[in-house]
Design a protein around this ligand. Structure first.
Ligand code: TRP
Length: 450
């Protein structure tokens, strides 16, 4: 039985679109490109794809199954299905991760909105005096501008969660996400004409096998897979909880993961040829998209600014539907746990997350030079801990819960797999491969294998 006052998706498509809207976001464009660039390209991409297929999709299925069965939030679902057991730790960690991730996600999304506005006013249609890179650096080091745009983005996110995720996002996902997909394809074809195509494609698709000896690319690939799929913190449990029993879950999981991965690869084909054509270092870090894309639009010549306008608008919209899913994890929990109204929860939790994000926002400016993990600044450190540690750990617990905590027959039935080869493969991956792989990747990242 759904809990009192809970929404349900209007249609079968509503759920898939919402899950896709959650998955497709800054993770596919901003994060995928900078993390791939930092980790050397093709070898990283290969590990990333393996993580999606062998670990990601099975855990997406586990989250969908848990959510639909329990019809509750990230924590409540575990309490309901396994009362008094410690599994709900995964849900609590997930709520904590939602706070962390949205805190810096709002900052980057704010940058996107700022770029959108600058394309709207025509300011970035031609290179500013200080150049596109200079413009970017001036902006992120400004003492308060990034904060303003982070605030605006968070206010939009809160407004949507305030009126309810269903009303708020179904339409946006149906129209704007396909448009973003088309735009990325068009831009990637154009990018291939810029003169950096062979280098860019080789970087992305021709692995340097020796890179596989570097343990840090495994944890980076695992974290990127979780981040991009919105996995490991109960976001998909929460969305699955708004689902009626009619959905065929495996089909939904393949579509969401397939589309998400396609977006990332197309974004890679758009960005890396340009990176080489314009002589920017692939490992430039979180600013990569912001430094490279204005050059691409500028090179189009007359009307290029319109592409910039569309690009930053559609990316902001994609970021918004992802941010909504992050906020919804925490909001759904607080509504149930403390009997808050949706409006109160959206407002208070969203406000707190904005506050938590302030150090990330100012980390390049007045809080500059603060490094926390390695040479990472405040924002990247937050990202690193949440995405590479919290999400995989949450995913590990979810995999073990589904694989070992459920009766096999129940798991096969409730997932819609039935007693099929795929269903048994799924349980095998959840029981053995996923937990062991995540565990080994953790060990290797703390340097245990030398
Ligand atoms: N997947 C989203 C993106 O790629 C970000 C996101 C939304 C997310 N919800 C999440 C990441 C839950 C981890 C967990 O932009």
């Amino acid at each position: 039985m759904p809990e009192q006052g809970r929404e349900q998706w209007a249609s079968r498509l509503g759920f898939i679109l919402a899950a896709m809207g959650s998955a497709v976001g800054l993770g596919n464009v901003w994060r995928f490109s900078y993390v791939t660039g930092e980790n050397g390209g093709a070898a990283f991409l290969l590990i990333y794809l393996a993580c999606i297929i062998l670990i990601g999709i099975p855990i997406v299925m586990a989250e969908f199954t848990i959510g639909r069965k329990a019809q509750s939030d990230a924590v409540g679902s575990f309490e309901k299905l396994a009362p008094g057991k410690p599994w709900k730790a995964a849900g609590l960690m997930g709520v904590a991760a939602a706070f962390m991730i949205l805190s810096f996600y709002g900052v980057i999304a704010g940058w996107i909105v700022y770029y959108f506005i600058n394309y709207l006013t025509g300011n970035l249609w031609t290179a500013p005096a200080e150049g596109y890179e200079g413009f970017f650096v001036d902006f992120i080091t400004n003492p308060w501008h990034p904060l303003l745009w982070q605030f605006i983005f968070m206010a939009l996110t809160i407004a949507i969660v305030y009126v309810g995720v269903k009303k708020g996002i179904e339409r946006a996902n149906k129209i704007l996400m396909p448009l973003l997909g088309i735009l990325l394809v068009v831009l990637s074809i154009y990018s291939l004409t810029l003169g950096g195509a062979s280098e860019g494609l080789a970087f992305l698709f021709t692995p340097d096998w020796s890179a596989l000896g570097d343990p840090s690319i495994y944890i980076a690939a695992l974290g990127q897979a979780f981040f991009s799929l919105s996995l490991g913190m109960g976001a998909l449990i929460t969305y699955g909880g708004y689902l009626s029993q009619k959905e065929h879950l495996p089909g939904a999981a393949y579509s969401v993961a397939g589309l998400d991965t396609l977006f990332a690869i197309v974004a890679g084909v758009m960005i890396f040829p340009a990176v080489f054509a314009f002589g920017i270092e692939p490992d430039a870090g979180p600013g990569l998209v912001f430094m490279i894309m204005p050059d691409v639009f500028d090179s189009i010549g007359f009307g290029g600014g319109l592409f910039g306008l569309a690009f930053f608008f559609l990316l902001a919209a994609a970021a918004l539907t992802s941010a909504v899913s992050l906020l919804e994890v925490a909001v759904a929990y607080f509504i149930r746990k403390f009997s808050w109204s949706r409006k109160k929860a959206a407002f208070i939790i969203g406000g707190i997350i904005f506050l938590i994000g302030i150090p990330s926002s100012l980390g390049n400016g007045i809080l500059g030079n603060v490094t926390i993990i390695g040479d990472r600044g405040i924002l990247d450190s937050m990202d690193y801990v949440a995405s590479n540690i919290f999400l995989p750990l949450g995913g590990l617990i979810i995999a073990v819960f589904m694989g070992w905590g459920w009766k096999k027959a129940d798991a096969l039935r409730d997932s819609d797999f039935g007693d099929t080869v795929l269903g048994n493969l799924w349980l095998f991956l959840l029981r053995f491969l996923a937990p062991i792989a995540i565990f080994l990747i953790f060990l290797s990242s703390i340097g245990l294998f030398g």
